[in-house]
Design a protein around this ligand. Structure first.
Ligand SMILES: NC(=O)c1ccc[n+]([C@@H]2O[C@H](COP(=O)([O-])OP(=O)(O)OC[C@H]3O[C@@H](n4cnc5c(N)ncnc54)[C@H](O)[C@@H]3O)[C@@H](O)[C@H]2O)c1
Length: 456
């Protein structure tokens, strides 16, 4: 084996990225560590800790060959030549910058551990998404006190999307590596480039300075979320004017300067990254006194919250201004299809609002029910969970579609309609079903950004 790679943090990013590196670079020994022993055990088992299409095969192909999982962080650091850090960087919930700034406690703890256990020079790679200039802070921690070991810090943000992580890792639009323009910085960048070059063409591997790399990740997420908020803002206007947001999206998406992706109107975006990274950007802008820039980006998050709230208001208004005591089947709890991840899922806010209105909920999802149970643990007695969508819909007054799972398109909606209370309502928060057909079946259908199809 030529070199040892360590990854600290075995989550949605650390697990899949390291599995892909291990598979593509059989000459490297790849070791993934985490403080969470259950998570590590799951990575070594047949029940991986996260659901991601294609992940199981990739892990299986190299597990215990050149891919290893453990909780022995100290030994991992000692043995490693290159250390990726992909610990979580959630939004701070306390003190200065609460609700906005990144909580860097896990990150800093990791930096101190790396310093403590390193006996030889290392390349340290920021994989987590971090505020601009965090690498600089990390360098200061690593090089504080007695300087016996040299650390070269690189930024290598991850652009994979959950649900398509394996595809994205196998064939990324680009890999971004930021490093210093010193001799040792250039050598470290070249070393990281050579790992990715095992399967990614050199033109797709961009190298830049550390700060540009850090900011590019925040900027990419801000731009993606902004497109969703932009089309969602127009969906509200479409509902008032009888324009159809799908038609508008198609018309503008055919403009090659705009492009068709990320233009689906919906109940809103979710996931652990968009909101957190935009708020992080907003906080940074405010820190540097750029109030107008901060306000501009903050509006992307506010528009998303508005869209979630508007969805609930629409439900209540169309169900005769009350949902109290009514059974509502929530179809999907994951923040998007093909993942079990529910972090910041719009379903959370929507369900909580409906529970406040005293609705009685039944949540169904093919992969996210364990997380949903945890997210709504404080709502016992007001919500139940059922993997089977047919059972979930039985006796319900309404269905609220929260996730665009492809299996929902294949359901027998006649059978579902027959089992529901009448009048039966369907609120499609993802615009993913055949509305005309549902209407013909008897449903009162409420899409996003389009005229409702109502029998009432
Ligand atoms: N999830 C995504 O789609 C995605 C995509 C791109 C970038 N990112 C970024 O990558 C980073 C990780 O995200 P994630 O979704 O993988 O998070 P995650 O919460 O799934 O995983 C993070 C892991 O780090 C572990 N950890 C925390 N502190 C540790 C420590 N001191 N030592 C060892 N392990 C520790 C946690 O136990 C956890 O298992 C975040 O900065 C995120 O913004 C995430």
């Amino acid at each position: 084996m030529s070199k040892t790679i360590l990854c600290i943090g075995a989550g949605y990013v650390g697990g899949p990225t390291m599995a892909m590196i291990a598979r593509k670079c059989p000459g490297y020994r790849v070791h993934v560590v985490d403080i969470d022993a259950d998570r590590i055990r799951a990575w070594q088992s047949d029940q991986l800790p996260i659901y991601e299409p294609g992940l199981h095969e990739v892990v299986k192909s190299c597990l215990n060959r050149n891919l290893f999982f453990s909780t022995d962080i100290a030994r991992g650091i000692e043995e490693a030549d290159i250390i990726f850090v992909s610990v979580n960087t959630p939004t701070k919930t306390f003190g200065q910058g609460a609700g906005m700034a990144a909580d860097l406690q896990y990150w800093e703890k990791t930096a101190r551990q790396i310093k403590q256990h390193s006996r030889s020079d290392k390349i340290v790679v920021e994989k987590s998404t971090l505020p601009v200039r965090t690498a600089e802070a990390m360098e200061r921690i690593l090089h504080s006190g007695e300087r016996t070991v040299h650390f070269e810090v690189l930024s290598n943000p991850e652009f994979l999307a959950e649900g398509t992580a394996i595809k994205d890792l196998e064939n990324p639009d680009r890999v971004l590596i930021g490093g210093h323009s010193t001799d040792s910085g250039r050598r470290a960048v070249a070393e990281l480039v050579s790992i990715y070059a095992h399967w990614i063409s050199r033109e797709r591997i961009l190298t830049t300075n550390v700060w540009s790399s850090e900011l590019s990740k925040l900027a990419a997420n801000a731009f993606l979320a902004q497109r969703i908020s932009s089309i969602n803002s127009l969906s509200a206007l479409c509902e008032r004017t009888e324009a159809d947001v799908t038609e508008v999206a198609r018309a503008i998406g055919m403009d090659s300067r705009i492009g068709p992706k990320f233009l689906n109107a919906s109940v809103g975006f979710g996931g652990s990254c968009f909101k957190k990274d935009i708020l992080n950007l907003v906080y940074l802008c405010r820190h540097y006194g750029l109030t107008e820039v901060a306000d501009y980006w903050e509006q992307v998050v506010r528009m998303n919250e508005y869209q979630e709230d508007r969805f609930v208001r629409q439900m209540i208004a169309s169900m005769f201004n009350t949902v109290a005591g009514k059974r509502i089947a929530v179809f999907g709890f994951a923040f998007k299809a093909d993942t079990g991840d529910t972090r910041e899922s719009p379903a959370i806010r929507v369900c909580r609002s409906l529970i406040e209105e005293r609705a009685s909920l039944v949540v169904t999802d093919p992969e996210a029910l364990d997380n949903a149970r945890r997210d709504l643990a404080d709502c016992a007695g007001k919500v139940t969970f059922d993997k089977d969508p047919y059972r979930a819909a039985e006796g319900a007054h309404a269905i609220a579609v929260m996730t665009d799972w492809s299996e929902y398109k294949k359901l027998d909606f006649q059978k579902i309609y027959d089992s529901m209370s009448k009048p039966a309502f369907l609120f499609d928060g993802r615009n993913c079903l055949d509305h005309q057909r549902l209407f013909q079946t008897g449903f009162n259908v409420y899409p996003i950004g389009r005229k409702p199809l109502s029998h009432l």
